[in-house]
Design a protein around this ligand. Structure first.
Ligand SMILES: NC(=O)c1ccc[n+]([C@@H]2O[C@H](COP(=O)([O-])OP(=O)(O)OC[C@H]3O[C@@H](n4cnc5c(N)ncnc54)[C@H](OP(=O)(O)O)[C@@H]3O)[C@@H](O)[C@H]2O)c1
Length: 394
């Protein structure tokens, strides 16, 4: 059997690194054929030296010459390209049959859609693309005829707890999807305690090691809000059939509640390699390098309701999902601007939810027509968010 050719979009990131770790454990089974980064040419060149892909891409065209120089110096012979269009073309192109969509933010939308349309096995980490364009992504998948397997740990857990991956929930007797949330680094704090928290404090996640954007989203609970929207699209689940429960140990990755009262859960140590290995090999199981779960050593599994008065981003995400149309794309764009500003020190932590809420108020939802319109609305939401930021905080 020839190995599956895997394009890793976001290879230099946290998910990219975990994916390449799993691939390296199974050299006869998987090959990293395309590696993509944004600007980190040193990181990408080092990965190319180790994995010898057919093609390496930097999304920023200004970095292409630097990447080519580094690869030549290391004696690596592979094609080099740059620019967002090259990323999109590679995701749909002949060098891969599997695409790991692990670019952070809305920048991952076009390549994710392209992989879906081309019928690749799509391993979806880039939750922002489904939050922005859920219906369009599912339509692209239907056209392409490939599989989508979520590698967000919660959705991967639900995928594993459902019969046959992503069935019609009514037909298989599902009552609720229960997403677990760690609660992030500020779980249990009151609003007043959060006024002065710093980016480093927000990024110090108690259980998961992740990129900075998703770490801040975890601290605000916007990450869980984005995941509610993701679950709604991925599993065609009504918004009222999705519940969030805080589970600080992060061992139960999510659950499915069936009408007969059975609740199926997927458990494991908090390590993204489990979900990635599951998605790469599905329906088979392969070793992922993850330590076996020692439940007796952990002793406790706690659950509590989320505090949506303090962590308002979760409530805003539910409200945007209920509003319909492109409200979730507006929410996502405003959040990306807000998180960037917080990480840059120009917006306080509590300002993230305030900014998102103001942008949602200023831009009422419109119907989703096509990708171009959606990208235009994303740009409009970013402009509005910068404008609000400037007026209110600068
Ligand atoms: N980390 C997790 O445990 C986790 C869990 C579930 C879901 N996710 C989702 O997975 C995605 C990636 O998260 P992460 O934590 O791996 O992020 P990360 O560590 O910040 O890595 C982001 C990756 O995306 C690349 N990138 C950024 N902008 C790009 C652009 N415009 N074009 C092409 N590549 C670009 C970066 O390249 P450079 O290195 O060159 O900047 C890097 O390789 C996010 O959507 C996140 O929500 C992550």
């Amino acid at each position: 059997m020839s190995p599956r050719n895997v394009a890793v979009l976001g290879a230099t990131g946290s998910i990219g690194g975990s994916t390449l770790d799993v691939i390296a454990r199974h050299p006869g089974r998987f090959r990293a054929s395309v590696l993509v980064a944004h600007r980190d040419t040193a990181g990408l060149a080092a990965l190319c030296e180790r994995f010898r892909p057919d093609l390496a891409i930097v999304a920023d065209p200004a970095m292409e010459a630097d990447l080519a120089r580094r690869l030549a110096a290391a004696g690596v012979q592979c094609d080099v390209a740059s620019g967002a269009d090259a990323v999109t073309a590679a995701a749909a192109g002949p060098l891969c049959d599997t695409v790991v969509a692990a670019i952070v933010g809305a920048a991952g939308l076009e390549s994710t859609l392209a992989a879906a349309r081309a019928g690749k096995r799509l391993l979806l980490a880039n939750k922002e693309s489904i939050v922005m364009a859920g219906a369009l992504l599912l339509e692209a998948l239907r056209q392409g005829g490939g599989d989508l397997i979520p590698i967000d740990s919660e959705h991967n857990a639900i995928f594993q707890c459902l019969p046959g991956g992503r069935p019609d929930l009514d037909k298989v007797g599902v009552r609720r999807l229960i997403l677990t949330a760690s609660g992030g680094p500020f779980r249990g704090r009151a609003r007043a305690d959060l006024a002065g928290v710093t980016p480093d404090q927000a990024c110090a996640h108690p259980k998961w090691s992740m990129g900075r954007k998703i770490s801040v989203d975890s601290a605000t609970l916007m990450n869980k809000g984005l995941e509610v929207i993701e679950a709604h699209h991925l599993f065609a689940a009504p918004v009222d059939a999705i519940e969030v429960v805080v589970h600080p140990q992060s061992l139960v990755h999510s659950m499915v509640d069936y009408v007969d009262g059975s609740v199926l859960a997927q458990l494991g140590n908090p390590d993204m390699r489990t979900a990635i290995a599951c998605a790469l090999a599905w329906p088979e199981r392969i070793e992922a390098g993850v330590a076996p779960l020692d439940l007796a050593a952990h002793a406790r599994l706690d659950f509590e309701r989320p505090d949506t008065d303090t962590f308002r981003c979760l409530a805003l995400a539910f409200a945007a999902l209920r509003a319909g149309g492109d409200a979730t794309a507006i929410l996502n764009a405003a959040n990306e601007v807000a998180v960037d500003a917080f990480l840059a020190g120009s917006l306080p932590f509590l300002g993230i939810a305030e900014l998102v809420e103001r942008v949602l108020e200023e831009l009422p939802a419109e119907p989703v027509v096509d990708v171009q319109t959606l990208v235009g609305r994303d740009a409009q939401a970013r402009r509005t968010a910068r404008d609000v930021l400037h007026r209110a905080y600068c």
